[in-house]
Design a protein around this ligand. Structure first.
Ligand code: HEM
Length: 475
């Protein structure tokens, strides 16, 4: 079975979140109201209990036929691979890495035909192959800028094939690190925020596990937000006074859910050590985008290889949940203010960062976003059609401001985990060279995210766009 692409609708399963009655907190909602939202009618791989995460723990091992891939990934532990361009990496580390890299080049190029019947196996294959690829690229000393990085055919060919089946890019994504990388703490209990834990893919550190786990918890807490979106769009279709009152209540609830998501995100500080994240985890994530080096996927048709040459590494910016919140609330990231990181003239034509991130999502989740975006009965126009100071305005702004608080908190996190870490690293390097370290007031380093953004101006602009969405004067 292959995964449905954006244009291949399927029958909705009975337990699909789009097929369910309204949230119970709105007791006055009629259970018989028709599901009229444009979200209905396709399978988006969104589950009523787990949202964008699959409903049961992902497969952790491929069948025997693909044992060599699993063994090669497992051997990275014994090889104690270090990031190739890390200051502390030695000649010996490179030699050990090169021996492991040779085993990757000598793998047979396996057919993925038998994987096509199982989306669960396809996901595991993507995770394994993309992880091997990132280990392969980043455990070697990087070639000079301008030179290409070669991905051997035994990895490149099946990775391209599997990615095609899943509708996702052939590079490590948020789906590999979070959505398809979790287990239940207590298997006798259902999937829940307090019963999920992610595995470490690269550094083997508790910080890496915590980094992914927090995102998984956010995805699970966000399930209620998806439920609220669906119910609100149903009501927007009806659009009468009662519907407007219900949407207000949904939006009030949404603000609470988003604040919970923000609280969860801030628990990053409880278990992910910034220096470990910056030095031992994040370097493995880097994609080719912004690196000045193209990744050449050997053995694949030129057109496919061209599409894969310039891709970003995983970022929670690929979380469909946050995109969905933006789309649902009508946050417009295309009209940039003066602090945007890209020149004003090129803004309208170019896709926004968030739009660019969609191709890193599994195909059905991309379809979910497109469907949500094309809803004929969107919430924001309905809100704008109501009188100023109405209850709906207040509730809408409450939800938007909760999303803005999420972005405030996210900027704090990025400051601690990247901006400050980068400043420490720079200072240490200059001091080691005997240079006097003075940074002029206002001078900022050009720091890029794994998504290739100039991250500080980008994140501030994303937050500003959220604030511009507010409709009331007093918000
Ligand atoms: C240590 C933790 C984190 C760090 C260092 C971090 C870093 C970043 C960076 C650098 C970007 C800029 C885009 C890029 O170029 O990659 C970004 C974007 C983004 N991140 Fe995070 N992130 C963290 C945790 C999270 C979590 C837990 C979430 C929640 C799902 C999240 C959601 C987002 C979103 C939605 C964006 C897109 C920009 C936006 O919508 O405001 N991040 N992140």
């Amino acid at each position: 079975m292959s995964s449905p692409g954006p244009s291949t609708p399927r029958q909705l399963p009975a337990n699909h979140f789009l097929s369910l009655p309204r949230p119970t907190f709105l007791t006055s909602a009629p259970a018989t109201a028709p599901d009229v939202s444009t979200l209905a009618g396709a399978d988006y791989d969104v589950d009523v209990r787990t949202g964008f995460m699959p409903p049961s723990p992902p497969v952790t091992r491929l069948p025997e036929e693909f044992a060599q891939w699993e063994l090669t990934l497992g051997a990275t532990l014994a090889a104690e691979l270090q990031v190739g361009d890390k200051k502390t990496t030695t000649e010996k580390d490179w030699e050990r890495a090169e021996r492991w890299r040779a085993t990757v080049r000598n793998l047979p190029t396996l057919s993925i035909a038998s994987l096509r019947s199982s989306i669960l196996l396809l996901r595991r294959a993507h995770q394994v192959l993309a992880s091997i690829m990132h280990f392969y690229v980043h455990s070697a000393p990087p070639p000079p800028p301008g030179e290409s990085v070669h991905i051997p055919a035994p990895i490149a060919v099946p990775l391209i094939g599997v990615s095609h089946e899943l509708g996702v890019t052939p590079v490590l994504t948020y789906a590999d690190t979070v959505l398809w990388n979790w287990t239940l703490l207590d298997p006798s209990r259902p999937v829940a925020v307090d019963n999920v834990s992610c595995g470490s893919l690269f550094s083997g550190t508790p910080s890496e596990m915590h980094f992914y786990t927090v995102s998984a918890q956010i995805e699970l807490r966000g399930v209620e937000a998806l439920d609220i979106m669906r119910s609100s769009l149903d009501e927007a279709f009806v659009g009468d006074a009662l519907a407007v009152r219900r949407i207000s209540a949904y939006l009030d609830r949404l603000a609470i859910v988003v604040d919970d998501v923000t609280r969860l995100m801030l628990t990053m500080f409880d278990g992910c050590v910034p220096a470990v994240f910056f030095n031992d985890v994040r370097p493995w994530f880097r994609g080719s985008a912004g690196s000045g080096r193209r990744w050449v996927y050997e053995g694949v048709p030129e057109e496919e290889a061209e599409r894969a040459a310039d891709l970003s590494g995983p970022s929670a910016g690929q979380s469909t949940l946050v995109h969905a919140l933006d789309v649902f609330l009508g946050v417009d990231h295309t009209t940039h203010g003066p602090s945007a990181s890209t020149p004003q003239t090129s803004l309208r034509a170019a896709p926004t960062f968030l739009e660019q991130m969609e191709k890193y999502m599994p195909g059905p989740h991309q379809a979910f976003i497109h469907n949500l975006a094309s809803s004929a009965h969107a919430i924001r126009p309905l809100v704008l059609g109501q009188p100023q100071q109405s209850t709906l305005h207040t509730s809408y702004d409450a939800a938007v401001m909760a999303l803005k608080r999420f972005r405030d908190a996210h900027i704090r996190i990025v400051t601690v985990y990247i901006v400050s870490q980068r400043a420490h690293a720079e200072r240490a390097a200059r001091e080691a060279r005997g240079e006097v370290v003075v940074r002029k007031v206002g001078e900022k380093a050009d720091i890029r995210g794994t998504g290739g953004t100039q991250l500080v101006p980008f994140l501030k602009e994303t937050r500003a766009a959220t604030l511009r969405t507010v409709v009331g004067k007093d918000a």
